[in-house]
Design a protein around this ligand. Structure first.
Ligand code: PHE
Length: 455
């Protein structure tokens, strides 16, 4: 029990906000958000997504931070201790286990995609000043992607580099590793993305078309599956439902109010996704390309688009730096829940726990990486292993974890404790939060999940 006294803490409110914003803003914002908007028809989907963020994502985000503050332990033991204190069954620790399983799976494919981002950044740097006519052919870039993803050695080498860096950051400590990195990379991320939006606005002549695509709603394109995608993504992009924010909440110093900090972080995350859309769509449209290329949007469509633009070689470096930084500020939040658990259970030091956890994730990541080459024929329920993992984690585990967190925080933890943990004095706001947790979020998630599974 002594252990709690030496628990690490974020250095300040700003430090925490940068860390949480870095965790939230990741591949989900730059890689996934634009392509799911593209696949689901644009503006109407964006509206539904924003609604999910506001009434489901934000309340659960705050709840996870509050639970972390109350539990002050790793995700499994936090649920155990809060449940015990409020006189409830220890079975609620199940939420913690679901979270650990989810971060394990998510980071296993995150490491592969993060590795691709690194590989593209390296290529973009090498090709500075040398984008030639020949390499601009669309087939070349499609081939380049398939050559990378389809090459077992190259993809595993990059995945290994990404995971090793993640382990090094987490192994260096909550403050000295994760916070220090975010303080530097998160502002850089916003700056570079801002530069990209300005370039897209100035050089493409298609800013309006991109803007319209993102914001003009056409509800004809919405179906039940799109709702499930929007909801799953709201959880994914905020990093809720898996215990990552709970673990980060356990390092909160006293005196930091959660309401404003959460609104701020969620706002930054949303801004980052919308900015990515505003940078990407004009560039795609300017090159006469479509936005519905799916997961290949940033790895195939964007490079083709860059090669057709003046200064495209520089833009490519900026873009893949954004993608790499975004991935690298999020991956520690996925590793930390496992590290905190291993550390507190096995009583090993942080560095060893980080190496152990990263090795485990890396091993599972091999399956993901190789599902594009050696194991590309393996299919379960009509999905290859990579798709199966992203579907299981994002469409099933995340919403399930989210709904359980909402129910636990809304119904089982005494209202006074939640209120104290949130640090708010504003009763109206507090009740709004509570109503979302008790009714709106669970009902919304249940309806959308059932709808999505029946289509
Ligand atoms: N939010 C991150 C992204 O958008 C991913 C993430 C998921 C981080 C779950 C933490 C927990 O890329």
């Amino acid at each position: 029990m002594k252990q709690q006294n030496i628990r690490e803490r974020w250095s300040s409110r700003t430090g925490f906000i940068l860390v949480a914003a870095g965790a939230a803003a990741g591949l989900g914002n730059i890689w996934k958000f634009p392509y799911i908007v593209g696949e689901n028809g644009g503006g109407a989907f964006v509206l539904v997504y924003l609604a999910c963020i506001l009434v489901v994502g934000l309340p659960i985000f705050m709840a996870e931070l509050a639970l972390g503050r109350l539990g002050a332990r790793n995700v499994v033991d936090s649920f155990a201790s809060i449940a015990a204190e409020s006189g409830h069954s220890s079975r609620w620790t199940m939420i913690g286990w679901i979270g650990l399983l989810a971060v394990l799976i998510i980071l296993s494919f995150y490491g592969v995609v993060g590795g691709w981002a690194f590989a593209y950044l390296a290529t973009a740097l090498q090709s500075l000043g040398s984008i030639s006519e020949e390499t601009t052919a669309p087939v070349e870039f499609a081939k380049a992607f398939n050559e990378l993803a389809g090459d077992p050695v190259r993809s595993v080498v990059w995945q290994t580099a990404f995971m090793a860096l993640t382990a090094a950051i987490v192994g260096s400590g909550v403050r000295a590793g994760i916070e220090r990195l975010s303080r530097f990379l998160v502002p850089a991320l916003f700056l570079l993305l801002g530069v990209m939006v300005i370039c897209a606005a100035v050089t493409t002549g298609k800013f309006e078309a991109g803007f319209d695509f993102l914001f003009a709603p056409d509800f004809a394109q919405l179906d039940a599956e799109a709702l499930l995608v929007a909801l799953g993504h709201a959880f994914f992009t905020l990093g809720v439902g898996v215990g990552a924010m709970l673990t980060f909440g356990s390092y909160l110093p006293n005196g930091i109010g959660l309401v404003r900090a959460s609104i701020f972080v969620v706002g930054l995350d949303t801004a980052m996704a919308l900015l990515a859309g505003m940078a990407i769509f004009p560039i795609v449209f300017a090159s006469g390309l479509e936005a519905d290329a799916g997961p290949g949007l940033v790895f195939i469509t964007m490079p083709i688009a860059f090669s057709g633009l003046p200064g495209g070689d520089i833009l490519a470096v900026v873009f893949f730096a954004v993608l790499s930084f975004a991935a690298l500020t999020s991956s520690p939040s996925l590793l930390e829940p496992i590290v905190a658990f291993v550390r507190e259970k096995a009583r090993v030091n942080r560095r060893s726990a980080a190496i152990l956890a990263a090795a485990l994730v890396w091993g599972l990541g091999l399956v993901q990486a190789l599902s594009f080459s050696i194991w590309s024929d393996v299919a379960v329920f009509g999905k290859n292993l990579f798709e199966l993992s992203t579907f299981t984690a994002i469409s099933l585990l995340l919403p399930t974890g989210g709904i359980l967190v909402a129910l636990f925080a809304g119904w089982l933890v005494p209202a006074r404790r939640m209120k104290d943990a949130s640090g708010t004095q504003n009763l109206r706001l507090y009740w709004l939060w509570r109503i979302c947790l008790r009714y709106v979020a669970p009902a919304g998630v249940a309806i959308v999940m059932l709808g999505g599974l029946f289509v």
